[in-house]
Design a protein around this ligand. Sequence first.
Ligand code: MRU
Length: 359
Amino acid sequence: MDLSQHMNRITGDDAIIWREGRLYLLDQRRLPAEVNFLELNSAAETARAITDMVVRGAPAIGITAAYGVVLAGANAFRASAARWQAAIRDDIEHLGRSRPTAVNLFWALKRMEALLAELPADRDPSDALLQEAIAIHQADIRANRHMGELGASLIGAGSGVITHCNAGALATGGYGTALGVIRSAHKRGLIREVLADETRPWLQGARLTAWELLQDQIPVTLLADGAAAHRMAQGGIDWIIVGSDRIAANGDVANKIGTYGLAVAAKHHGVQVMVAAPTSTIDMELAGGSEIPIEVRGEEELLGCGGRQVAAKGAGVWNPVFDVTPNELIDAIVTERGVVTSPNRKKMENLMANRPESP
Ligand code: MRU
């Protein structure tokens, strides 16, 4: 696909593109220095792209995996019109091993599997699978726009906000969850200042969140991750606004490592914590956050920086890339179905059953 004419206009909303039977992913490892797309032709390539962080962010991982199933279906039917169903099952398992924490991955794969179960065994499944993947993608964008409005309604005029990692268009189907709220609140003129943690070791804040906000003409100030508590102590910060990779049935929230520390510091300083996430991020099968599988990634991510070894040779490494913020540290979970304040199991059950929160 020739994207060269559009390269200077590429935004986070273009991170996942399906065109003419192929999947194109904006390579998020190289942003903002390089705007480069990878072409993917199989489920195995898609799984690898998720594991290697070409695409990241919970909803974006789910959407990408759904397109990965489309590629799997097309390839399997082409290889054998009689045995495509067995081949696609292996591919779905492969996609399911790409990253463990974002439940959106498993949610999207389950949706694709449910559709597959209804398809006739003797027909090419590609078109039906593609329609389902597009539906997942489009619904995520709609959810984000709605969450943006709901979240912005909680924010007072002249607010200072801190965000962590990247929960923007790049991490979703478009517009973003936490950044969607910040975008909507900024449009309403409510935001005085946005601060973004740099987010070691992948620097999603410094590279991706800053790139997205500046493209939208929203000024952003970067913080070293360790500077956030000190900044809160100085005053003028009203909200921590983050996304999530998985929310347990009691409202405990897994998100990028460092979120828990931010929430603890926020409580101490009287700063409110908002988590913006679609209901595809809520896992009602897990009673609490301690049951959420936390991905631990390779030591090279901490030993080096920008491809160069920086740590003392011989140092041991522990690199969990998510943590769990307990529900008592969270003021609001904003979803496309509504807002849950001071979350607990009962309120999360009501949300998922679509019963509005009582005052
Ligand atoms: O390791 P990453 O970059 O995939 O982690 C992403 C996050 O932690 C995001 O905050 C989360 O997925 C929400 S994205 C809308």
